[in-house]
Ligand binder design. Structure first.
Ligand SMILES: C[S@@+](CC[C@H](N)C(=O)[O-])C[C@H]1O[C@@H](n2cnc3c(N)ncnc32)[C@H](O)[C@@H]1O
Length: 231
């Protein structure tokens, strides 16, 4: 994947149309969980960026929404520290199996993994932050987002990153993006502005394009941000 190149910010405040958000059960995740980390290594810098910019703090509880094989877990660990808590949610048992092995390997005792579609996950916590890393289908699902935001405190930190359609004139890049993401996306609806629905939950969402428009970084806070949250 091309190195991320930040470019001018854009944002979209409107709610989008419902979609199924069912990539979780796709064949890609069943058959490729063991190869997923290698196949998506080029995406590593965007993972680092999104966690770096997630406005969360040490001791916070973070929801890693669609955590997959847990590639964001080490980055989140550095962010929240041992006094923090990370709740990974994913519907793919195969992906979670890899994430679980990662948790054991590192001896983390502050990570909980929930095997469920996001919209139905039994989230016990009121979390301080939510991370959406490369989860296009989840971001297109009003039910999933409503459920996540019901478990966030007012003013909670929110960050998202992933692929998006680059400009139409860039035919070669669009073809490359389609090829890269097709195995992992159930439905490309909304891929021009994948953050559109999220913006309805995050009033101050700031969106920056990455990689010549082939990706984005979206950062903000859930509604109800208090003055003392601002730093
Ligand atoms: C492309 S992977 C991203 C994984 C991880 N966030 C990362 O950065 O590598 C997308 C993940 O989202 C999960 N997923 C997609 N839709 C989901 C849903 N509705 N509920 C739960 N998990 C879902 C898939 O199972 C998959 O593990």
């Amino acid at each position: 994947m091309a190195a991320p190149v930040p470019s001018p910010a854009t944002s979209a405040p409107d709610l989008g149309q419902p979609s199924s958000g069912q990539a979780a059960g796709s064949q890609a995740y069943r058959s490729q969980a063991d190869r997923y980390d290698r196949r998506t290594d080029a995406f590593r810098r965007w993972r680092e960026l999104v966690v770096e910019h997630l406005p969360a703090h040490r001791g916070d509880t973070v929801l890693d929404v669609g955590c997959g094989t847990g590639l964001c877990l080490p980055l989140l660990q550095r962010k929240v520290g041992p006094s923090g808590t990370i709740v990974g949610i994913d519907a793919s048992a195969q992906m979670l199996e890899v994430a679980g092995a990662r948790v054991i390997e590192h001896g983390w005792d502050n990570v909980r993994l929930l095997a469920a579609p996001v919209a139905e996950a039994s989230i016990d916590d009121v979390a301080d932050a939510a991370l959406f890393c490369a989860v296009h289908d989840v971001l297109q699902s009003p039910a999933a987002l409503t459920h996540v935001f019901a478990h966030l405190r007012p003013g909670a930190a929110v960050a998202a990153t992933g692929g998006k359609w680059p400009p139409r004139w860039n035919v070669a890049l669009r073809a490359w993006v389609a090829d890269l993401h097709a195995p992992f996306i159930h439905d490309f609806t909304g891929f021009d502005q994948p953050w559109r629905l999220l913006a309805g939950f995050v009033p101050d969402l700031q969106v920056t394009e990455l990689g010549a428009g082939a990706g984005y970084l979206a950062i903000g806070h859930a509604r109800g941000r208090l003055e003392h949250d601002e730093q």
